[in-house]
Design a protein around this ligand. Structure first.
Ligand code: SAH
Ligand code: SF4
Ligand code: F3S
Length: 437
């Protein structure tokens, strides 16, 4: 029997899909197959913005006919959307052919739910309010070699006024540092070369130690790996974090620090608990201590009441903070959040226009930075082969993608590239020698 998992949303979901794969394998679905042929399809959904939901709805709906033709074919829907208030009911009603519905707190039960469904005709649902345990005992089917994700904390307590995550992921809970260190040791021994510590807000990690201390412990593990972490919140940024980044060569000199907006008025409405000035001070400290460190960010345009002047402040922040790249979004009202009830929602055309101007500004900066690489060398960790380009690819520590040709299979190796050209965030080059960190 075969399976197919459709994953939407953030890296947390990508990693949880690796756990879903492990559960499916245990239940006899031994191989992955294209969606048209799989015996079970699991949708791991996201509800961060409306378009993420629409995508999922469209793709679930497309399976209706197949379900009609083949009663043994199973469809399961899990993830953040399933956990969203009212959405489970909507899915039940709109898609009566969905067999299994499970929330973010119920991932560990998927195996039992499949068995239950096999034994009965009725659909099965499992939606819990809150999970408190932090160890699920599931050994994920790692799909990102040479990269691996490691959860350090779950949930979020911040309640940024636009964001649905705290409602669908529950309150913050941290794994024990001991368990995290053990997991990373195992991955390093198995040859994984890029470990990414995951959490909605990693620097509010509170296990036996705080986040900088945890990072210090993980970076001290023996092995030839790079260390990344995401996402950090500017309100929890600390000099101690910078000191640990500076201390360890293993920790990539890239900080992903979502700013969301450059306007203090909007930041306050967003409930972000920092100002533009504080944000810029943090980056100044970071760059003073680690001059070659780069910063990437998330930005939202069209938040309720955002004026052209507010938007201009976001544009100017892009320059002042010297972002090397950014994820940029149009504000999407999420039912149940504070911002969705605010007056002054921004018309779509205005938001779209701001987004395209912002993308232009960020991309120009990204291109400029990448252009400086031409003629230099970059060390990339080869992670795959791009069929279309006919080239191997991998990232440098700043997250830039490097493409190159090779006669051997260098996946999983560090490769030193002579950069010959750059295009956006991508670099093209020729292999110099086999590098080692
Ligand atoms: N926990 C992380 C990321 C959460 S979601 C953090 O706080 O940084 C990733 C990004 O999606 C956010 O940083 C934000 O920029 C964006 N986002 C979240 N809710 C949104 C909404 N309602 N509309 C548009 N973008 C949103
Ligand atoms: Fe959402 Fe804010 Fe929590 Fe990030 S910190 S997940 S944006 S509420
Ligand atoms: Fe989406 Fe849930 Fe991640 S809402 S962004 S998949 S935490």
């Amino acid at each position: 029997m075969t399976y197919h998992i459709v994953t939407y949303g953030c890296q947390m979901n990508v990693h949880e899909s690796e756990k879903i794969a492990a559960i499916l394998k245990e239940k006899g679905y031994t191989e992955e197959a294209p969606i048209e042929r799989a015996d079970i399809v699991v949708f791991n959904t996201c509800c961060i913005r409306e378009n993420a939901e629409n995508h999922a709805f469209g793709n679930i709906g497309a399976l209706k006919q197949r379900k009609r033709e083949n009663k043994n074919f199973l469809i399961a829907v899990g993830g953040c959307m399933a956990q969203e208030e009212g959405k489970a009911e909507l899915i039940k009603e709109k898609f009566p052919f969905v067999d299994i519905l499970f929330g973010t707190h119920n991932l560990g039960e998927l195996g039992e739910l499949i068995e239950k469904k096999r034994a009965q005709k009725k659909r099965v649902f499992s939606l819990k309010e809150e999970r408190t345990e932090t160890e699920d005992g599931i050994e994920p089917v790692r799909t990102g070699f040479p990269g691996a994700f490691v959860n350090i904390m779950y949930g979020c307590n911040n309640f940024c006024s636009y964001c649905i995550v705290p409602y669908v992921r529950g309150r913050e809970r941290s794994r024990s540092a001991e368990a995290i260190v053990k997991e990373v040791e195992g991955l390093a021994q198995r040859g994984f070369k890029e470990i990414t510590l995951l959490g909605q807000n990693v620097n509010s990690y509170r296990g036996e130690v705080d986040f900088p201390e945890l990072l210090d412990r993980v970076a001290s593990i023996e092995g030839d790996f790079r260390l990344r972490f995401m996402t950090s919140h500017p309100k929890d940024f600390s000099p101690a974090l910078v000191a640990v980044m500076k201390k360890h060569k293993k920790i990539c000199n890239l900080l992903h620090l979502p700013a969301q907006s450059g306007s203090n008025r909007i930041l306050s409405l967003m409930n972000r608990h920092y100002t533009r000035e504080k944000y810029l001070e943090e980056i100044a400290l970071l760059k003073r201590e680690i001059p070659d460190c780069e910063v990437s960010t998330d930005l939202i345009v069209g938040f309720p009441t955002e004026t052209e002047e507010d938007f201009q402040e976001t544009l100017s922040l892009v320059k002042e903070a010297d972002f090397s790249s950014a994820f940029m979004f149009i504000y999407s009202p999420r039912t149940g959040t504070k911002a969705a009830k605010m007056e002054g929602q921004i018309p779509e055309e205005v938001a779209k226009d701001r987004l395209s101007r912002l993308i232009e500004a960020v991309n120009a900066q990204t291109r400029q930075k990448s252009a400086k690489y031409v003629g230099r060398t970059a060390e990339i960790l080869c992670e795959g082969f791009d069929e279309k380009k006919g080239m191997y690819l991998g990232r440098d520590e700043y997250g830039r993608m490097g493409y190159f040709k090779s006669d051997r299979d260098p996946i999983g190796e560090y490769v030193l590239l002579h950069i010959t050209s750059a295009n956006g965030i991508s670099l093209y080059g020729e292999e110099a020698t086999n590098g080692a960190v």
